[in-house]
Design a protein around this ligand. Sequence first.
Ligand code: BTN
Length: 261
Amino acid sequence: MASGIDFALLRDHLATVSSRFDVDWLPECDSTNTQLLARATTGAAAGLVLGAERQTAGRGRRGRRWHASPDCSLTFSLLWRLPVGTPLHGLSLAVGVAIAQGLATLGCDAIQLKWPNDIWLNGAKLGGVLVETAAQGGLVIGIGLNLRRDPAWQADVDQAFAALEDALPALPTREATLAAILCALAEVLDCFADAGFAPLREAWCARNALLGQTISVSSENMQERGICGQVSAEGALILNRPGQPELLINHGDVSLTRVQS
Ligand code: BTN
């Protein structure tokens, strides 16, 4: 049964990057993203990680609710600051790369990424990323991951979901899982600060969950159907439409669904 985080154990797992993070863990809050956005306004430092056992108003992309349960999920947000002027295109994709690389160090090499911010395993959603801009040039990077299957989710969640336990013979501790992701995030965010998404593009493309599949992309102003291509160096998704020029989807606020053919 999950209850809190063992900070000493987490520090051991974080090893050399431990000094870059300051971790706070709450039994309950509305949303760790919302709480970190508030802390950013009062000058919280980069590297602050806020986790919660339970969120009463967890937020997903496009105004959706994020469901998680204390025993089955890892739910946290990280406050980060990039050098002033760093273009933010592709940041949530870069975070996906870090999560995949972090989980690979735990033996789970099967993570796939669905543009722009879903973490997939075995063709179903394992987790999600919600990046929001915060006060004083900050960024709040919220991450929710399913560790174990909670039968209650099936009734609540409108899509197939996966859990990390599906991919590993034994589930690592939450401290090991959190540390693996934070270590990978430190490296990926340093790389992003230096050169943006471009050097991370190949790693994202290698895990592109929907490559070559027929997808439908829609937002308030558009509805397009085509074959899912790779992403550009700026993190835009390339949609291939027979007989038409390829379309670059930049807008983060789109819905992207696989079309069964
Ligand atoms: C999505 O897939 O739509 C993004 C989900 C992001 C959920 C995480 S859980 C921690 C952080 N706090 C929130 O309220 N949301 C993010």
